[in-house]
Design a protein around this ligand. Sequence first.
Ligand code: PA5
Length: 424
Amino acid sequence: MKISFEKALLKENILDYQEKINAVHESLVNRTCKGNDYLGWYEWPYNYDKEEFARIREVGKEIRENADVLLVCGIGGSYLGARSAIEMMKGLYPGDKPEIIYTGNGLSSTYLCQVLEHIKGKSVYLNVISKSGTTTETAVAFRVFQKYIVDTFGEEEAARRIIATTDKARGALKHLADVKGYREFVVPDDIGGRYSVFSAVGLIPIAAAGLDIDEIMRGCQKAYEDLKSPDLNTNIAYQYAVARRILENQGKCIEVLATYEPSMTMIAEWWKQLFGESEGKEGKGIYPASVTFSTDLHSMGQFIQEGSKYLYETVLTVEKPMLDMTFPADEENLDNMNYLAGKNVDWINKMACEGTVAAHVETGNVPNILVSLEDNTPFSYGYMIYFFFRACAATVLLLDVNPFNQPGVEVYKKNMFKLLGKPQ
Ligand code: PA5
């Protein structure tokens, strides 16, 4: 993984923040920072529960062997990690089994009804994921699909097909899983939803998708090693953390994560949750937005190029695409496209990226931070996610904000519960 600030138009020197970064780093290592109850993710690359990991591998294999469809039922931190990982590493049309369908991440009745119809006659497994065990969106979908599975396969078989990932001791889902005898996996106490993808929360669906979870852990271990020292000459996560604060000082209050692969769109959604929920508190923070290029160059490109100058971009590219093809020649050339014949389509994509960065930076005066991943393998995925964890925690601590809570999320819930007439 590489990061470049050459086109970031920074008006301060990143290295001038070394003392501040040292303090942030120490507070993470010594567990004295704000929100220090939720630092389980920090040492997780090595400290993860090996026994549970082996169970995850097993259950993933079982789902893969037996399911046509895996329903993954969860929202926010209990949803975005798995989906973004699977899409990034497998693409949008992998064409294998099980088909993975995400539910419980909204309250659309149309969506629920269509999924119910779609899974009829298929071998269905269900992984319900909720740390609190009480989230309304997840609970509504879970009851519907649990009933379907029990009605279709019977109580005993349902207990094999339904897998619960939840708190080890508390919550309605934990109680229900105990009573029904569902297999249970744990959301660690000291890891919040948006930092949980390397636990059972993300790894069960990822393993069921046939991806190598050992390689993912190897990737995050490598990132852990590479990011051990707080030295801003070498620590790319801290460089990114500081660059964000410098750009904020320059009046930038929106960060747009730009990707060039449709299979990375959900990575951007995951990233938005990570940075949005971690940083957006106490009237502070940079608003995280995203675009998928080149698609969005034909919609949001205009604004980025010439609109108000509050934003900067972080361009996340993948050097080696999962698949590539040579653009064909055509004897008639009626579409005048023969000038590209013989070129790889990924090369065309890369040229679009190069041209766009130049347009946005040089003509539009929009700072661009350039992040590039070697490929979309499980190793690179694990590396990138741990990089973002560390960068996010550090950049938020530089603001003197707790990166690990989300008090604002509760406000809508209270209003909704009142309107729904939920018993106290
Ligand atoms: O980051 C968070 O804490 C939230 O996005 C939660 O993950 C989300 O609300 C789902 O919560 P739960 O896992 O308790 O169902």
